[in-house]
Design a protein around this ligand. Structure first.
Ligand code: KMH
Ligand code: ZN
Length: 311
């Protein structure tokens, strides 16, 4: 496994999972999303993972103007690596999701390495009513939703990343997705070294346990030897325990309101920066490691630099 002597902290500021009723701190508008990303970078995040939302209702969208507006605002204020999603939101066709890569030609983007059931319906009982009409359907419809990333999709997605010089951050939700990555690597569609994000605790993906993280790392080492680095997303309450285990093992970590709304059990985080600050403290105090700067992160991941993007 490739290790940097410091820890790369990523921050996913809004995502497409959580809805406005779940937290008043979830950034919605382009200005709010960019502001949260800048503050997260100032708190120590060297990568900011970006989704965009309808500015009136907060519904996840793939609006390239909004992506461009968010990215330009962030780039003007900090040097964090801007990493747009190609996962989009529930039900978005792959063509729509991937369109952000030719548009922004970003240094990095998320690249989902396989299909899974992606359940959000289990969150419904927590809420009697919703601020916006779309929220209930967004959650309820996930009972019958498959987050689609077929081999044919990947045969289109991966060459698109390559054509625009965008490093794919491989979002791996289960062990089989590592074999998908190996298959694409064998076919010359996915060059090493890889940067793998183990996404743990999604309802439909691998469980967020310490043993499962160790297993994912073992399988990745079996398939890719030292030709990969990893980061971990622990969904919800798993964010900090699994993140701390990952960092202690020389891995990296993603935090943020996309994946977790709470700073402590039952206490909503008031900002993404608050989550980053907590992860910085855990990195220093528990794992005894320093946090990587954007420059150190760029050098380690081998991304192309801001000047080569279309932002
Ligand atoms: N939503 C996270 C569970 C993406 O946006 O492409 C994983 C993610 C994938 O962030
Ligand atoms: Zn995302």
């Amino acid at each position: 496994m490739r290790k940097l002597d410091k820890t790369i902290i990523s921050c996913a500021v809004t995502g497409a999972i959580h809805t406005p009723t779940m937290s008043p701190h979830l950034p919605i508008t382009a200005e709010e999303i960019a502001g949260e990303a800048i503050a997260a970078a100032e708190a120590g995040a060297s990568i900011v993972h970006i989704h965009v939302r309808d500015e009136e209702t907060g519904e996840p969208v793939t609006d390239l103007d909004l992506f461009q507006q968010v990215a330009e605002t962030i780039q003007a204020e900090c040097d964090a690596i801007i990493q747009p999603t190609t996962g989009g939101g529930p039900g978005m066709p792959v063509e729509e999701r991937i369109s952000v890569v030719p548009e922004l030609e970003p240094e990095m983007a998320s690249c989902n390495m396989g299909s899974i059931n992606f359940g959000l319906y289990q969150l419904l009982p927590r809420f009697d009513e919703f601020e916006y009409e779309w929220e209930r359907g967004h959650l309820a419809s996930s009972r019958d939703y498959v987050f689609r990333n077929t081999f044919e999709d990947l045969e289109h997605i991966l060459p698109t990343f390559d054509a625009h010089g965008t490093l794919p951050e491989l979002e791996v939700y289960d062990v089989g997705h590592l074999y998908n990555a190996k298959h694409m690597n064998d076919r010359g569609l996915l060059p090493t070294p890889l940067h793998i994000q183990f996404v743990m605790g999604i309802h439909g993906g691998i469980g967020a346990t310490s043993k499962n993280l160790n297993h994912l790392i073992d399988v990745a080492e079996e398939l890719f030897g030292d030709d990969f680095s990893f980061s971990v997303i622990g969904a919800g309450r798993h964010e900090f325990p699994l993140g701390t285990q990952a960092v202690s093992m020389g891995g990296n970590v993603r935090v943020g309101l996309e994946d977790n709304l709470f700073i402590e059990r039952g206490q909503l985080a008031e900002s993404n920066a608050e989550l980053v600050e907590k992860m910085v403290r855990l990195t220093h105090e528990v794992a005894g490691r320093e946090v990587a700067t954007p420059a150190e992160t760029r050098e380690f991941l081998g991304v192309k630099g801001e000047a080569e993007t279309n932002i």
